[in-house]
Design a protein around this ligand. Structure first.
Ligand code: NAP
Length: 332
């Protein structure tokens, strides 16, 4: 495993991290979840990403149990707050009340005294940014959170938060967690240049496009048994990437991966890691073999000729519009 700084902070993270959205507490049984976490630890992954909302809070519980007994100092545990965790109007968003209640629930479920990174899962248009950042800063002072970051915030929102933090002396954001893959490059135009300048690192999600970039989904054919596309929850999220046009072009990446001696999943993960603003690529997995496959992307260098070949294949279907980074206009 290779390690990178989380943005300009002193924290080192494994360049490949393991995330448990869709899988833990939901798509896979607890034994499989624990085997994936064990495989991740065996392969040198030290950074684990979850969220209060995943599987209705069950994902944090599963991760807490799976990491029990592992030396806390050898782990970086990331979680998030924003999406609803209960029925009430205060069970969501980035108010002082919900953030404070949510971190306590996360710490209890994860069985830890602190999280290494606490992330605002989306921008909350209904809470003053000062209120959110002051609450985050208080959690840092209390030692419950070591670093703070955001997820899927656009450049304007990140810049506004940095300005307030600098004026008020609050702890600064060190990271953003955006979707980023060969197919989804919307952060490149605005978010990455700002973050590079300001010292935030990208902790990117769905680098394998939820499994699509493994090439296992074939155009015109039903999805393989047991894959995310067949899961009731996961199927909704992956469906927009399962058009024949996308799947046909993804198949054309196979010879490029084969020439490099890489699996398709490794090529996809290695691709996001070529961006120097990426601190870590969060991979998901339903089976330990997938973790072992994906981690081999650590340290892989792709030269300009390979990157051009990939662009030549994918160009017509790559999403680049920075306006696609959106948070709900009202709290969900
Ligand atoms: N901040 C946010 O808003 C946000 C949103 C989404 C995700 N995330 C974070 O990012 C993490 C990763 O997201 P993701 O799970 O969508 O990432 P991903 O790595 O793109 O996709 C993971 C899925 O692809 C399949 N897969 C992975 N490796 C494979 C391999 N080697 N061979 C075959 N299939 C393979 C598995 O699904 P099947 O076996 O079921 O096909 C696996 O669960 C999440 O767990 C979460 O921590 C954050």
């Amino acid at each position: 495993m290779e390690f990178r700084h989380l943005g300009r902070s002193g924290l080192m993270v494994s360049e490949i991290s393991y995330g448990n959205w869709i899988t833990h507490g939901s798509q896979v049984e607890e034994d499989a979840a624990k085997e994936c976490v064990k495989a991740a630890l065996d392969e040198g992954i030290t950074t684990f990403d979850t969220a209060d909302v995943y599987a209705g809070t069950k994902a944090e519980e599963v991760l807490g149990r799976a990491l029990k007994g592992v030396r806390r100092e050898s782990l970086e545990i990331f979680t998030k707050v924003y999406w609803p965790t209960g029925p009430g109007p205060n069970d969501r968003g980035l108010s002082r009340k919900h953030i404070t209640e949510s971190i306590h629930g996360s710490l209890r479920r994860l069985q830890t005294d602190y999280v290494d990174l606490y992330q605002a899962h989306r921008f909350d248009h209904e809470t003053p940014l000062e209120e959110t950042l002051k609450t985050f800063d208080d959690l840092v002072r209390q030692g419950k959170v070591l670093y703070v970051g955001v997820s899927e915030w656009n450049a304007e929102q990140i810049a506004a938060a940095l300005k307030i933090a600098d004026e008020m002396g609050f702890d600064r954001l060190v990271s953003n967690q955006p979707q980023y893959s060969m197919l989804w490059r919307v952060i490149e135009a605005e978010v990455v240049p700002l973050c590079q300048k300001e010292g935030l690192g990208q902790v990117v999600w769905s680098p394998i496009a939820q499994g699509v970039l493994t090439g296992k989904y074939l155009p015109g054919q039903p999805p393989p048994a047991g894959s995310r596309a067949t899961d009731p929850t996961g199927g909704n999220f992956i469906s927009r990437m399962l058009s024949d046009d996308v799947l046909t072009r993804v198949q054309e990446l196979k010879p490029i991966a084969a020439d490099l001696g890489l699996s398709m999943a490794q090529l996809a993960v290695a691709w996001v890691l070529q961006n120097p603003n990426v601190s870590s690529a969060i991979v998901g997995a339903t089976r330990p073999e997938q973790v072992r496959d994906n981690v081999k992307a650590a340290g892989v260098k792709l030269d300009a000729e390979v990157l051009k070949k990939i662009d030549d294949v994918l160009d017509p279907i790559v999403e680049r519009d920075p306006a696609k980074t959106v948070s709900p206009p009202k709290r969900p």
